[in-house]
Ligand binder design. Sequence first.
Ligand code: ADP
Length: 544
Amino acid sequence: MSVPLLGQMMDAPLLLSALLTHAKDYHGDTEVVSRTVEGGIHRYTYADAAQRSRQLANALKRIGVGMGDRVGTLAWNGYRHFELYYAVSGSGAVMHTVNPRLFPEQVAWIINDAEDSVLCFDLTFAPLVEAIAPKCPTVKHWVAMTDRAHMPAIKLPNLLCYEDWVEAESDEYEWPQFDEKAACTLCYTSGTTGNPKGVLYSHRSMMIHTMSGAVPDVFNLSARDCVLPVVPMFHVNAWAVPYAAPMVGAKLVFPGAALDGASLHELFESEGVTFSAGVPTVWQGLLQHLQANKLKVSTLKRCVIGGSACPPALMKTFEQDYGVKIHHAWGMTEMSPLGTFNQLKNKHLKLSAEQQFAIETKQGRPPFGVQLKIVDADGRSLPRDGHAFGDLLVKGYWIVDRYFKGDKSPLQDGWFPTGDVGTLDSDGYLQITDRSKDVIKSGGEWISSIDLENVACAHPGVAQAAVIGVHHPKWDERPLLVVVKKPGEEVDRDALLAIFPDRVAKWWIPDDVVFVSELPMTATGKISKLRLREQLKDHRLPGV
Ligand code: ADP
């Protein structure tokens, strides 16, 4: 067998600690600002964050956290959570962000599955922690992420106060060098069916993901940006923003627990935020606040919206009324999460605004590092013509190979089946038709719930819309439109259904409309179609 001639370049493992060290060395005075759970604003720099992360690494070592041990968190986006991101992964342990919005039994199940040895929590979650602690035998230390003055009055064995624990340590600490394939973080999928599944990222996969995610055709991040991740640090690592911001030296702003429109707007304006990221429901909340109070945004220029389909009407309003460019993105926990990102290409720049918008409403195209394909029911590849739709499979540097503790591979011939259905065009722009379990099967044909929701959201009286399939004796399933009205707006069933005939095929038009005061949400802030189907399973369509 022939042997390649090896390159003669320095060989250093791709480890996440290097990101913070870079930020300390070259962006040491750049600010990291947090709205705290205790109340008020905390402000320090990357140099301070790096110093405290080194102290924290010593503190972890002192309580016996070693290589590969899992350290769990139940926390909002804030500076202490940021320090944990680096101290835990940087010291060779595994950062495990638990979604606190899950039911307590699920939180306990996930902590047990991960076998977390330490669990750090924000004050908000003190009651949750107190309730689940007896069911979490692997946790040796519970750490309240606060100072002595704010320690919660709860009874827990081995309860530590974060500030005392960290401040007692020296900041003399050398980030260890180890195999870049070592695990850095662990996130669980939401487990809408069955138990949640753990995805164990490696330093190498996360580093490549971060570098590919910051480039101009993706997040387009730089040292001139001020970045506010609304997406929680417990939702797929806040889409890698806590890694990408120090890598480029961007100012970082953490919103804490206050994710309502008013609190976000205040922080955007006071800190001069230029770039933000979150799921559609967050931006709908912000938009309602801006509209109701006749406010403007003065520094925000770009937002990435993903996690579920972004209604085109929302994109248009932000761009036209507020001058904020919305970039649609698609991904999933199993993809770290970046799958596709929407930016135009050079050849699109001469198209009309309308033609450009038609491209921009799609979920985007893959960055280098991700490959996509769509297949039919027999696994045969479908053409990239923008029309044929099929099951979406992915492959790449930062995509799951095996679930944590999983005994069999989820892959099909080396490709990961996403559970999403979509189209791809010749440039690789992906349009998600639906999650395969949400697509409406009517008379043997498929109807995209996302397309129907997008039409409904264009109606000025609609705040939120969801379409689900409900049982129909003849067609098997028919679409039912469920709507939350905008406050103070009047809209009725017939007026709403009247906007569909010009926009979709006749047989796609929903059979009925239900008005509700709110839609059920998942733990990651997405509309829960599963619970909505449950709630409306007895709904009788007209004429049935
Ligand atoms: P969960 O939503 O189950 O907590 P993820 O955050 O990993 O877990 O969700 C990934 C799924 O979210 C994708 O498989 C896809 O169905 C959906 N999704 C993500 N982004 C988009 C998007 N831009 N448009 C439509 N669906 C999306």
